[in-house]
Design a protein around this ligand. Structure first.
Ligand SMILES: [Zn+2]
Length: 132
């Protein structure tokens, strides 16, 4: 994807980390989705005292987009407070696969080094997604 688009999406994901509710892990994650219509929808991780109920930033972004009937995603950015690019967990990869083709760019960066982003595709992250 174009570097200017990647930077814009990464900045949106970085801003979403400020909304993260992560009192247990202190690991703040933000995700930003570029929808087919050009809108950006963001999400953040929301932890729970019952740890298994925690939701990742990527899924919270997808669910927020779908709640607005934005079901086509053309790019994904994920930013987190840790030192490494935050690759999405398996559950989020499968949820993204519901709304993104395998060719969808996924860009990842640590919050403090957005310029050092890595770019991959959903198909590289989840080559054989579950399908009915
Ligand atoms: Zn996840």
């Amino acid at each position: 994807m174009k570097t200017s688009d990647a930077r814009r999406l990464l900045r949106a994901a970085a801003a979403a980390t400020k909304n993260a509710y992560a009192p247990y892990s202190r690991f703040r994650v933000g995700a930003a989705l570029l929808t087919a219509g050009g809108e950006i929808v963001t999400g953040c991780n929301v932890e729970n005292v019952s740890y298994g109920l925690t939701i990742c930033a990527e899924r919270s972004a997808v669910f927020a987009a779908v709640a607005r009937r934005l079901r086509k995603i053309q790019a994904v950015a994920i930013v987190a407070s840790g030192p490494k690019p935050p690759y999405p967990c398996g559950a989020c990869r499968q949820v993204l696969a519901e709304f993104c083709p395998a060719s969808t760019p996924v860009i990842l960066a640590p919050l403090r080094r957005l310029a050092d982003f890595e770019e991959t595709t959903l198909g590289e992250l989840l080559p054989k997604s579950f399908k009915l």
